[in-house]
Ligand binder design. Structure first.
Ligand code: SAH
Length: 224
């Protein structure tokens, strides 16, 4: 499936540019074929303002306004891979959906995505992109990731693109037995943490050093 052809057809969407990005992800150790295929087919330029779109297939984080960034493709691939490795999650909670790029990737790989974003205009723009791309299994809510989304839980997966100092207890409570949480944790020094709900308890491991924006409590309508 290639949804880009009917949307743009310009240089930056060229298959070659995307293949280069995927080759880079492979070089960096991403091995999950479903994740690589999904990244190859997702038009990342549609998640950026026009002024930034020409850089969409560089493996780098890019500004999306409100002092937030669209995550680097490598980290999106890595977190997604960690979330889906060895299983196929049904319901996934995503925290800090920002542009909606990670939401769109998840939507192709899991049954249902429930996405929270604290900055309203980012949420509105991301919702519009889901409609444009005809992605129907993502529900987005203006809400605070510290609280999660209890009424839609428990979740088989929880993935966050913003870092709390510690994993919020509230989120662990919304993780189903057998479920897995993937999130950056820390302040100036952060690591990517994976927590498995084994049924008997929680197993935690740290995967690698990362740098994310902080998970900021509360919600915002986007005005300074
Ligand atoms: N995956 C997104 C990353 C956006 S950056 C993308 O690729 O576009 C992280 C996002 O987390 C920002 O949009 C920020 O507003 C949001 N965020 C920070 N704290 C939050 C909170 N408490 N609840 C929900 N979203 C939050």
């Amino acid at each position: 499936m290639n949804r880009s052809t009917d949307i743009a057809g310009i240089g930056m969407t060229s298959q070659r540019t995307r293949e280069r990005l995927v080759a880079r992800l492979v070089e960096q150790g991403i091995t999950n074929i479903a994740v690589l295929d999904t990244m190859r087919n997702m038009p990342r330029h549609l998640f950026l303002d026009e002024a930034m779109a020409h850089r969409a297939y560089e493996d780098t984080a890019l500004p999306i306004g409100y002092q937030q960034t669209l995550s680097q493709p490598y980290i999106v691939a890595r977190m997604t891979e960690l979330l889906v490795e060895g299983r196929s999650p049904g319901r996934v909670l995503e925290i800090g959906s920002g542009s909606g790029y990670q939401s769109a990737i998840l939507a192709r790989l899991v049954d249902e995505v429930y996405a929270l974003e604290r900055i309203k205009p980012l949420l509105m723009a991301a919702r519009k992109r889901m409609r444009q791309l005809k992605i129907r299994n993502v529900q987005m809510r203006h809400g605070d990731g510290y609280e999660g989304w209890a009424s839609q839980g428990p979740f088989d997966g929880i993935l966050s693109a913003a870092a709390p100092e510690q994993v919020p207890q509230e989120l662990l409570q919304q993780l189903a037995p057998g479920g897995r949480l993937v999130m950056p944790v820390g302040g100036r020094e952060q690591s990517l943490v994976v927590i498995e709900h084994t049924g008997a308890g929680f197993e935690r491991r740290e995967v690698e050093a990362v740098r994310f924006v902080p998970l900021v409590p509360g919600i915002s309508n986007g005005t300074p």
